[in-house]
Design a protein around this ligand. Sequence first.
Ligand SMILES: [Zn+2]
Length: 331
Amino acid sequence: MEYFLGCDLGGTNLRAGLVNATSGDVLSLISVPTIAREGHAAVMARMANLLNDIIRDSGIPTHLIRGIGIGAPGALDIQNGRTLRLPNFPGNWPNVPVADTISAATNLPVYLINDVRAITFGEWRFGAGHGANTLACIAIGTGIGGGLILDQKLHLGYGGKAGEVGHTVLDPHGPRCGCGGQGCVETYASGPAIAAMGLKAITQGLNTSIGALVDYDLNRITPKVIYQAAMEGDPVAREIFDRAGQAIGLLAANLIVAVGPDTIVIGGGVAQAGEILLDPIRRTIRNLIKIFSVDEIQVVPARLGNDAGVIGSAMWARERNLLRAPTRVQD
Ligand SMILES: [Zn+2]
């Protein structure tokens, strides 16, 4: 039996837990505020304390705890365990030696991984993608991230950049994206994009119940409110999710012909909408791909919820430990 710690470094919360590497069960899960404004040294000190508390309180003998994986939202130097740019963190954390710092404080090997690649890895090992040979994960929240498992291996690509699927361009003349580009799928199907469609529908005077649900306080429009309207039968709200689903479906279709996944996992907060989002994704894939049959490709909702990042980063630490171990012949 061996255990790894997984830590999800979020802009709002630090979540961490001890993961049983055989079962994927999470023990001693703790979430504390990140308080990112205090800067990287304070956040890393908080993280080290959190991890040491978990180790101590878990009751698991320390020799069974083999390493730590940390999922971080941004560009990383995975080889050297440093952050390159965390766009949502004050100061952006350029060249911060997270792995060495946390390793010194915990006496365990520490590995960094992009947060959505961690979710992808977790869903593949113990979640909705379990057993897949090739998998694409699309996580829809404030932005759209993703990850790829190719032939049972997490695909990192040059500089760990593979999986930034939210910035696949659907229309080069489309709306401006937060990345600086135009017409990325994120501008059509992210949480803010869905909320913006709801806002537009109201200001255009369309016949919809979305406005009444927020007492016409348009700042309160969220994908959740639009989902509620859709569930109550509002056709405008249903159409909004249908359009977002079609954009994700177009992205998925392009991924399918490029990398041949047998499973596509749809995660992130927006994916909680379930079938009203998944149905147009599946329909669009069927409508667009004619070169081969897509009948056997599974398009499934993520299953690990908020634990995916913790489980995935812990399992990534295990993977990296195996690669390092001198007893194993590397292929
Ligand atoms: Zn973009």
